[in-house]
Design a protein around this ligand. Structure first.
Ligand SMILES: C[S@@+](CC[C@H](N)C(=O)[O-])C[C@H]1O[C@@H](n2cnc3c(N)ncnc32)[C@H](O)[C@@H]1O
Length: 320
């Protein structure tokens, strides 16, 4: 269903999209031009409401590509619609579609610093949900805010322009798995503050181990009310000498540019010790990217079912 939107919304999106393209680094065979923006609504697979979808079409040298879709929008979300989402989305989608060839893309950070002309750092940081709502970066009715409230998750992870976590699709998948398999042990790989681990515990997991290379995530208090059932391990997940704890389920929510490293390098290592891995493969519309990852998953000895959730492809990998 296509919907008529207020012209100012369209302008915001266009401005944001165009500005995002200014930050892409063109080469002889790759130039970018924003050609089309589509806002639409779809019935939600998980509730009676509709999910709102934004598609951004960008032409690269006459070949029109739908680079991806972002669905964490809601009807009243447009009031506080924030162009950072578009930029983060465009950025992530291009990165995913073109892989590391465009790894020189500059990540920007507009939503919390006030100077769009300043080149922001690549660093990611945590933004309290309350602040994101107050700034209009997210609305109460959005699928992500609703899920964060349900699980009492306090922090968004913001990387460059993009909201990088928690992923609403991952939340739904973990909720479903842990409800169906009460008492499982879970590793939250690339855990950040442990938001997904918290979802697992609330939904019925017995115990979680969070693995992230950054230190001090426990200080955010995400798992403070589960003493004795959670641990934080500070480690580089790609370090071959790291000994992964025992678990029934591993949930992996890496940055998009790490996805292939996970499916190619980590899944073969995990195969011997877990039965199921749920991994966020990134933007579901990046078809070549998804194909490459699902091939790697199969080669690692797993069968895979991929579900599209809020514009991301969530892969359920089961040991064959
Ligand atoms: C997409 S975020 C995860 C978001 C998190 N699941 C959430 O819900 O907030 C990716 C995480 O990967 C971590 N990370 C990046 N490189 C890593 C590595 N080599 N080993 C372990 N963690 C890493 C980052 O510190 C970051 O917390």
């Amino acid at each position: 269903m296509s919907i008529e939107f207020d012209q100012s919304v369209i302008e915001t999106v266009r401005r944001a999209g165009t500005r995002a393209l200014d930050w892409l680094i063109p080469s002889d065979d790759c130039r970018f031009e924003l050609t089309d923006i589509v806002l639409s609504a779809h019935p939600s697979p998980t509730s009676e409401s509709q999910e709102w979808m934004l598609s951004v079409r960008v032409a690269t040298n006459n070949r029109a590509l739908v680079l991806g879709q972002f669905a964490d929008l809601s009807p009243d979300g447009f009031r506080g619609f924030h162009d950072n989402y578009v930029i983060g989305f465009v950025h992530s989608a291009v990165l995913a579609e073109h892989g590391l060839e465009l790894g020189r893309l500059v990540q920007l950070q507009l939503d919390v610093h006030e100077s769009p002309s300043a080149r922001p750092s690549d660093a990611y940081r945590y933004l309290p949900l309350s602040e994101a709502l107050a700034r209009g970066a997210l609305t109460d009715a959005s699928p992500l805010a609703r899920r964060m409230r349900r699980y009492e998750l306090a922090h968004l992870l913001v990387a460059g322009y993009a909201v990088s976590g928690p992923s609403p699709g991952m939340i739904d998948a973990i909720e479903e798995f842990c409800r169906d398999h009460a008492g499982v042990t879970v590793i939250d790989a690339f855990s950040g503050t442990g938001s997904l681990a918290r979802v697992a515990l609330v939904a019925g997991a017995a115990r979680v181990s969070c693995v992230d290379q950054s230190v001090g995530h426990e200080a955010h208090g995400t798992l403070a009310d589960f003493p004795g059932r959670s641990e934080f391990l500070s480690a580089d997940a790609f370090d071959a000498s790291f000994e992964w704890p025992e678990a029934d389920l591993i949930v992996a929510d890496p940055f998009y540019d790490h996805t292939y490293l996970v499916t190619r390098n980590l899944l073969p290592r995990w195969r011997g010790s877990v039965s199921t891995v749920i991994v966020n493969l990134g933007p579901s519309s990046a078809m070549a990217w998804q194909e490459r990852n699902t091939c790697a998953i199969r080669e690692a000895g797993f069968s895979v079912e991929t579900r599209d959730a809020f514009g991301e492809a969530i892969a359920w990998c089961t040991v064959r």
